[in-house]
Design a protein around this ligand. Structure first.
Ligand code: SF4
Length: 945
């Protein structure tokens, strides 16, 4: 194809246009507000990275050179992931920056916790208070009492370094309400815990969930899915809802929720029966020898025998059985399986939350999906499904602290040794059970009272000063959680802070630089800015500098060994600046960046400040086939039968195509059909990919009695979980979340669209409007979790664009009722638009009514709910929420009892080959001798150290 022309030779005009880079220091546009006069406005264009979801797309801020205010944010054409494009949430960063209700100064609580009484305070005071509490905990050896709990990280590795410099085991996350189940399913296959589909080059794409509009890497994936389709690829979508993505697909499969693993195993069955697999790939890269030995012990070793054993093992997953179990036509199952087989190595697929996060055993959904990739040889292939480890690049910082020698059981309790992240949403349950306390607790862009299940248990613990002694909410916005903090510390939005990010959006490695654009502009104009908060609105700061300043105060004289990590690598004994922190990384650890910068007459840091992103590596396929280096091979040996390369008794690679290669980061260095890890850690029945019946399986439901499965997990493309509360454009677009219900079910219940329904879970209920639609399976109701923000007070709690004022009442001990007092409406503020608010709804919150349901293997909260749906009663009001926390604690214990606790082999808390957030030293993995217990709580003879 000639550049600029399509395949038929027609001139192609790109829809997008961007100001040329050479004009970024002085870009001139006419002021639209001055029309018809032609009034020039001069802007400096500064790139940054969007912070409104995890995709980390590039943005370019137009900073008015006269007012020094950001005028607008558009796409950054130099960003390899987003390529100049954004979703609605990117440009809406401007609303968040200009929100008249935003927190501009540090706020200190001046009434009881939760009273809503705060007063302005100084950063100095906040730093002193937290430095003293943390120093005391460290000095007294209470290294599990300092905790940083993050909702949206927005950076790669910065906090790991901070926490390890303090020597604490204190990193908590939101991952077990998000992606932990999928991570386990993926990690068991290859050691890498997430997929990176190469949609652009695929021949067939299979998506679980609605990726085009709301997927994990929404905008970067959406554009590449469309490109794949334009090149002729077909698309199949598995979703109980007819999402926008499903409506554009070649195949829409809507299985019963929780049967997705069965559906995928039925596709594997077809591929095995019809020999659509890639035999050579399986022979080279699969752990077929161990799998054969497990499936058919004593059988003479051959690939044919393995394939036959595998075929027999999955014989029960016939298309007929799938139709009966999943409710998807057998012809569709066969057709999709054949498409996958025909695509072969160009089969790209992805699941992240969706079914994996909804169901008991959801981790098997990801495992079954990856099974398909392995069978057709698409793992790591062009157009296939790469490993995240091939497409993500995290450059190391200078002077890395050693791993902490302590293990925090509030983060990784021994009940879930295989969980793929912290059991974050159970923190209040653990604290209520007396498993520990916290001396200093930071929530960062995290709103567990609203986002997590069982929010009233969170509220109870956040109010309790004996369980959490000191709590700071590091946040750009007020939230349902921030109102219970002792300190509310305002942190910057995407254009007001530094972060370095890389995401596995496609088959390339890139880094994106988030920066405080007004500060950068002022520095470019020759001004000196000491702290980012001096250039941001009010005293809004950024975490990078906050942690440097705090660490410096924890250890002012260096006697704790902390200070040295915050001293400049360029100026001896001086406190490091953020410029120096990133300068060192860009100069020393990003391959090709200094050279590329030099070509343009820039330093590496200047390059990143100018372009905002850098492409580190192209065409990242086949990482597993990289050759082992000569150093790797020193003192290594090869087992000729298995072709495994071993060093010091440990496999380090395999011989493939006549050369020793890295392989995968599993114990066998191969893709593992059979997982010895699962056997050794107490789950032998799941040694291979299997189907686990969900807790919302339809056999548990009696539709005649109004029982349904509630799917509460789907996203709206225009909202973020909670931070979009101060983005007026986004709430103007999306401000209601009715319950999707099929016409058959609506008739049975006796409701029409807009009628109120009461949805009862095991611990309470909520009242919402019905939306009667054929776009959802009969027997299922679905409700987006993005709406239903509330506030208890007029002046803090949650932004008025998004929240309704509610009355919170404790109707009996442990029983709570929320009733709406006011709708959303026009309000007075410095923004004239606030008087023009026309929407009144705001939607209904549902997560408070969900008990915690930790999967016994992955630890993932199983979001789907068994519910009773009925027409609302005379006393019900739109937006009502009622919860009984005594019931929720009982259900928590029910689910905990399903787990099979550590220790595993060698008295370990967790397999050493599994990834762990902010990984401790190996010795911390060992349980103490007196604590090595079996599944029944008794000491295990001979397993003590
Ligand atoms: S997908 Fe949208 S919200 Fe997410 S980073 Fe990109 S522009 Fe921002």
């Amino acid at each position: 194809m000639t550049p600029g022309r399509d395949t038929e030779g027609w001139q192609v005009t790109p829809l997008e246009s961007f100001p040329p880079m050479e004009k970024w220091d002085d870009w001139v546009e006419y002021d639209a507000a001055a029309w018809p006069r032609k009034v020039e406005k001069h802007y400096m264009l500064v790139p940054t990275t969007c912070f409104n979801c995890e995709a980390a797309c590039g943005l370019v801020a137009y900073v008015d050179k006269e007012t020094r205010a950001i005028r607008k944010l558009e796409g950054n054409p130099f960003h390899p992931g987003s390529r100049g494009k954004n979703c609605a949430k990117g440009p809406a960063t401007l609303n968040q920056i200009q929100d008249p209700g935003r927190i501009l100064y540090p706020m200190k609580r001046v009434g009881p916790r939760g009273s809503g009484k705060f007063a302005r305070a100084s950063w100095d005071e906040a730093l002193d208070v937290f430095a003293a509490a943390i120093r005391k905990a460290i000095v007294e050896g209470r290294k599990t009492e300092v905790m940083y709990h993050v909702g949206r990280p927005g950076h790669d590795g910065y906090m790991d370094r901070v926490l390890q410099s303090w020597g604490v085991d204190g990193h908590n996350s939101h991952t077990n309400v998000c992606s932990a189940a999928a991570r386990l399913g993926y990690a068991l296959w290859s050691g890498a815990d997430r997929p990176s589909p190469d949609h652009e080059n695929a021949k067939f794409m299979l998506l679980l969930s609605s990726h085009l509009e709301t997927g994990h890497y929404f905008n970067p994936h959406a554009q590449r899915i469309i490109e794949g389709k334009m090149r002729g690829a077909k698309l199949a979508v598995v979703d109980v809802r007819l999402s926008n993505t499903a409506s554009m697909a070649d195949f829409w499969l809507a299985p019963w929720p929780g049967t997705e693993a069965f559906l995928l195993l039925a596709m594997a069955h077809v591929i095995l029966e019809e020999k659509l697999y890639d035999r050579a790939f399986l022979e080279t890269w699969g752990n077929w020898r161990e799998t054969l030995e497990a499936l058919a012990p004593g059988t003479p070793t051959s690939v044919d025998a393995f394939l036959e054993a595998l075929r027999k093992h999955y014989a029960r997953f016939t298309p007929d059985a799938a139709e009966a179990e999943c409710g998807v036509a057998k012809e569709t199952v066969v057709a999709v399986a054949r498409e996958i087989g025909a695509a072969g190595s160009a089969f790209a697929t992805h699941v992240w939350r969706n079914a994996a996060s909804g169901n008991l055993g959801g981790w098997q959904v990801a495992r079954a999906l990856q099974f398909l990739c392995v069978l057709v040889g698409s793992v790591g292939a062009k157009g296939g499904t790469n490993l995240n480890t091939q497409d993500k690049f995290v450059p190391p910082p200078f002077l890395k602290p050693p791993a902490q020698g302590v293990w925090n059981e509030l983060l990784y309790p021994r009940e879930w040794p295989l969980s793929h992240h912290e059991l974050s949403y159970l923190l209040p349950h653990f604290l209520l059970e007396g498993r520990g306390k916290l001396a200093a607790y930071f929530t960062r862009v995290y709103n567990p009272v609203w986002t997590n299940p069982d929010g009233m248990i969170w509220e109870q613990v956040l109010r309790d000063e004996s369980k959490i002694e000191l709590h700071a909410a590091l946040t750009p916005t007020w939230s349902e959680t921030a109102q219970y903090a002792d300190w509310v510390l305002p942190m910057g939005l995407g254009a007001e802070r530094h972060d370095l990010m890389s995401q596995e959006t496609h088959a390339e490695k890139w880094i994106g630089f988030r920066q405080p654009v007004v500060r950068v502009m002022r520095e470019r104009l020759g001004e000196k800015v000491e702290w980012t908060r001096d250039a941001n609105p009010g005293e809004v700061w950024e975490e990078d500098e906050f942690w440097i300043a705090l660490s410096w105060r924890i250890d002012p004289d260096g006697s704790l060994g902390i200070r040295k990590y915050y001293e400049s690598p360029y100026r001896k004994s001086q406190r490091i600046t953020v410029d120096e922190y990133y300068r060192w990384i860009f100069e020393n650890t990003v391959p090709g960046l200094p050279e590329e910068a030099k070509k343009k007459g820039l330093s590496a840091l200047e390059y990143m400040r100018r372009y905002g992103a850098f492409l580190v590596e192209k065409e990242t396929w086949e990482g597993h086939a990289k050759k082992l280096s000569a150093a790797d091979l020193q003192a290594a040996s090869v087992d000729e039968a298995s072709k495994t390369v071993t060093k010091a008794g440990k496999p380090i690679g395999i011989v493939a195509d006549g050369a020793p290669r890295i392989g995968f980061t599993t114990p066998s260095r191969r893709l593992e059909f059979f997982s010895k890890t699962m056997v050794e850690w107490g789950w032998p029945e799941f040694a291979l990919p299997e189907y686990i019946e969900s807790h919302v399986h339809r056999k548990h439901l009696d539709r005649a009695k109004g029982e349904y499965a509630l799917v509460p997990t789907f996203r709206l493309p225009t909202l973020i979980h909670t931070r979009s509360g101060n983005a007026k454009w986004l709430y103007e677009l999306s401000n209601t979340n009715p319950v999707w219900i099929h016409p058959e079910d609506a008739e049975r219940i006796g409701v029409e669209t807009t009628d109120l329904v009461r949805i009862s879970t095991r611990i309470g209920h909520f009242v919402n409007k019905a939306w009667v639609t054929e776009g959802v399976r009969p027997g299922i109701v679905a409700c987006s979790h993005h709406l239903g923000r509330w506030r208890l007070f007029d002046d803090n709690g949650t932004d008025k664009w998004a929240s309704c004022k509610v009355a919170r009442e404790e109707t009996a001990p442990g029983k709570f009722r929320f009733r709406r007092l006011e709708d959303i409406g026009p309000f007075e503020s410095s923004d004239p638009d606030s008087k023009r608010v026309w929407w009144s709804d705001g939607g209904v919150h549902q997560n408070l009514t969900f008990p915690v349901q930790p999967d016994p293997v992955s630890g993932m909260h199983c979001w789907h709910q068994r519910v009773r749906v009925e027409r609302a009663g005379a006393d019900d009001r739109y937006g009502d929420v009622e919860v009984d926390t005594a019931k929720s604690m009982a259900i928590y214990r029910e689910w905990v009892a399903l787990a099979r606790p550590a220790p595993g082999p060698g008295g370990l808390r967790r397999p050493l080959h599994f990834a762990r957030a902010v990984r401790p030293a190996p010795e911390a993995y060992r349980t103490e001798p007196e604590q090595i217990l079996n599944d029944f709580g008794r000491a295990v003879p001979g397993r003590n150290r």
